[in-house]
Write a protein of this length. Structure first.
Length: 200
């Protein structure tokens, strides 16, 4: 008679299983941390902390900030702009590329005596070319019907005629804006003046 010896796997101890789970949890946490850093791409050293936060906010939260803000005073002179996607992956990367390649901000000039209206020129392309003129004035928001600063291209630009911007001053020198194409909301943006720079 031949005796066969059956090989048996040693039982895995509970301690080994616990150690394995802890290792897997640390790996997952590390990956999430790396992803979070990628999603919060820093725009530049000159961009305020508030704008950095806005870049990574969903549109619903940005809308609430806008609705809670007063119209404020019209910006004066050169402003630094940040395009805000308000949804989707890698919002920080979108804002950074938009600033480098497409749009760097707006220049406000030629004001009325009461400073409630004026002219705006956009800084576009990588060289910061001054182009695409608009009128700016205090008006009624398409979002909530309250006072806002309107940037109106309908009479000044053939290319941008369907576009309307609105901005409100959330902090001194710091504005949150909405972009409309016709009656459709397409984008958010921030404008920072020199007054905002002094606060950060």
């Amino acid at each position: 008679m031949t005796t066969q010896t059956l090989s048996q796997k040693p039982a895995t101890s509970p301690l080994t299983n616990t150690s394995k789970r802890l290792k897997e949890a640390k790996t997952t946490a590390s990956r999430r941390k790396t992803t979070s850093k990628a999603q919060t791409t820093k725009l530049s050293d000159n961009t305020s902390e508030t704008v950095q936060k806005w870049v990574n906010m969903p549109r619903e939260e940005l809308d609430q900030i806008y609705k809670n803000a007063k119209s404020g005073t019209l910006p004066q002179g050169v402003t630094r702009g940040t395009a805000i996607l308000g949804r989707g992956p890698l919002p920080g990367l979108f804002s950074k590329l938009a600033r480098v390649l497409a749009w760097q901000g707006k220049v406000f000039d030629l004001f009325s005596p009461d400073f409630n209206s004026g002219v705006v020129v956009n800084k576009i392309l990588p060289v910061g070319l001054n182009a695409i003129v608009a009128k700016t004035y205090q008006g009624e928001s398409w979002m909530d019907g309250k006072d806002t600063i309107v940037i109106d291209y309908s009479d000044t630009s053939l290319l941008a005629r369907p576009i309307r911007d609105e901005i409100r001053e959330v902090e001194p020198g710091l504005y949150l804006g909405k972009v409309w194409w016709g009656k459709t909301r397409i984008l958010d943006f921030a404008l920072e003046t020199h007054r905002s720079d002094k606060r950060h």
